[in-house]
Design a protein around this ligand. Structure first.
Ligand code: AMP
Length: 543
């Protein structure tokens, strides 16, 4: 049985995940089992995690960081990211994490909006950051995990700073409503929004880690999510460590054989992954899995996109396990609705609410929608990990709430036994392989290409990725669409936004359909793509 190691009114997540674990007698227990891309293992105990995060808290203090200032990590999987994240939280500095695939424009939007003062990254990304730095007047420090020397102009060596910092750090009292973690999330209009959480969120994260993921003291937990997204912080850092549970993190990319070798060799007991990864595994031949002994594996969970029943059937047949789908989002901070051991699993449904969470299916007018019918998925406000605000965008935050309900932006239906079924998004946000992509961000980046006159971007169904990014463009007069131009477009989106936002398909139209106020009619583009009925187009601009 594991419980949240929290005493009194100290809500500091950094403290709870490290010092409190040592105080509870887990100092010598492995907290982080780090597996390199070459499958080499390095263990870090809770004491080590405590010391390293203390050092980083001191590093930030030494650089003059004040509570509530904002620091980011921008790294692929790396041990330093965990130390820095927890260290920043110990110092009550808000820690944001940025997905390592982000391009310049994506970084500029997020670092600029948050007025971040510092970022932890690696040399490989330095050029990208230096290209935008003159537009980021608040960004004083760029700390490099792989530079032995300080490079001047605020570009510092992580190792040197850490070598000079003390192991000791006294975490100040941190109340429940102290700002903690920041993740940017994509909308269908406007720039990405900074979802800010409070230290109090640890209550929901540890509760769900214990009661949904069913973590026990001797478990070995593997969450495959990247730390750039909320699952990677809520369950790849906070939930398990707040309970003193050992986590595995693997630096390598998707590789079915390596993943299964890891599951077997390490004896992973609880595995949290995502539908796209599971569908990729399902595509491999059955023989690949035959030789692996997964007898220590207790449960498999999934999050981020709808989980098709076929994947559950595959897992039952081949791995002898159910896959428990869980639903949450950046704004909710922790799992809200899920399948879990001991509760009847209906393949294709995302399950039932966890105790204390009250979802509802409501119409646009706020009225209740009968069971079996589709409506807005809402959650009654007041759960501990509810986001505190959208940074610098109070009006967008307020627009998400009505009459005490939070409107999630998803549509769903509830069956008469209380199981929830995901239907889609109520906005145009694209979910590709579990990553939310803003069509607006891609459309804006497309317009930076001189040959392109107009753009409209949609998500279209995809068997592997759930949705793929499809871009419609119209070209300036006299411009011809060539393979070279297509390549240029792909590279531009990858460099400016991110490789996951790069359109899988590009279609050229004479004009992009817009309504009378100039808004792109993505609904029409989607219907055109799917060959479906375009519906009411009376609001289209005169062509
Ligand atoms: P994010 O805020 O990036 O974590 O994305 C959250 C969104 O991903 C949700 O609002 C859903 O649209 C989608 N999502 C997350 N989990 C599930 C799930 N289990 N089933 C279907 N969609 C999901």
């Amino acid at each position: 049985m594991v419980t949240l190691e929290k005493s009194g009114d100290q809500f500091n997540i950094g403290h709870i995940c490290t010092t409190a674990q040592c105080e509870a007698g887990r100092g010598d227990k492995v907290a982080l089992r780090w597996i390199s891309a070459a499958l080499e293992r390095t263990d870090f105990t809770f004491s080590e995690l405590d010391r390293q995060s203390n050092r980083f808290a001191n590093v930030l203090g030494g650089l003059g960081f004040q509570p509530e200032e904002i620091f980011f990590t921008f790294l692929p999987k790396a041990t330093e990211q965990f130390f820095a994240f927890l260290g920043a939280l110990k110092a009550r500095v808000v820690c944001g994490t940025l997905f390592a695939n982000f391009g310049e424009e994506a970084l500029l939007d997020r670092l600029g909006d948050s007025r971040a003062r510092g970022i932890l990254t690696k040399k490989h990304f330095l050029k990208k950051l230096l290209r935008i730095r003159d537009r980021l007047p608040n960004l004083e420090y760029i700390i490099l995990v792989d530079s032995d020397e300080h490079l001047g102009n605020g570009v510092l060596s992580y190792q040197r700073l850490m070598d000079e910092a003390s192991d000791f750090f006294q975490v100040a009292h941190t109340g429940p409503e102290t700002p903690s973690v920041l993740h940017y999330t994509s909308g269908s209009t406007g720039k990405p929004k900074g979802v800010l959480h409070h230290h109090r969120a640890v209550l929901s994260q540890s509760y769900t880690a214990a009661h949904v993921l069913d973590l026990k003291d001797d478990d070995l937990f593997w969450c495959t999510a990247d730390q750039g997204w909320v699952t990677g912080t809520s369950y790849g850092i906070i939930g398990p460590w707040s309970l003193g549970v050992t986590q595995i993190h693997y630096a390598g990319n998707y590789d079915a054989a390596a993943w299964f070798a890891l599951l077997e060799r390490e004896g992973i007991t609880i595995w949290y992954s995502a539908p796209t990864a599971l569908r990729m595994l399902m595509r491999e031949s059955d023989e690949l899995y035959g030789g692996f002994d997964l007898s220590r594996l207790r449960h498999i969970y999934s999050v981020g996109e709808p989980l098709n029943p076929e994947v559950i059937h595959w897992s039952r047949r081949l791995l002898n396990h159910d896959i428990y789908d869980t639903w949450f989002q950046t704004e909710t901070g922790a799992i809200m609705i899920c399948n879990r051991p001991g509760v009847e699993l209906r393949p294709g449904s995302m399950g039932t609410p966890i105790p204390g969470i009250q979802p509802a299916i409501l119409g646009d007018d706020g009225g209740a929608i009968p069971d079996g019918e589709q409506g807005n998925l809402c959650v009654k406000v007041g759960w501990p990990s509810m986001f505190a605000t959208y940074l610098n965008n109070e009006s967008a935050y307020e627009s998400k709430f009505r009459d005490g309900w939070y409107y999630t932006g998803d549509t769903a239906r509830r069956d008469s036994d209380g199981h929830y079924w995901f239907m889609g998004r109520s906005d145009d946000v694209i979910n590709t392989a579990g990553h939310l992509i803003s069509p607006f961000e891609v459309e804006s980046a497309l317009l930076e290409i001189p040959e392109i006159a107009e753009s409209g971007v949609i998500g279209a169904p995809d068997e592997l990725l759930y949705e793929k990014v499809v871009a419609f463009i119209s070209l300036h007069q006299g411009v011809e669409y060539t393979t070279a131009l297509e390549l240029k477009i792909r590279l531009h989106i990858s460099n400016k936004v991110s490789s996951i936002a790069t359109p899988q398909e590009i279609r050229v139209l004479e004009r992009i359909p817009k309504n009378k106020s100039g808004k792109i009619m993505r609904r029409v583009l989607k219907a055109t793509y799917l060959g479906a009925d375009i519906g009411d187009i009376s609001t289209l601009e005169e062509q």
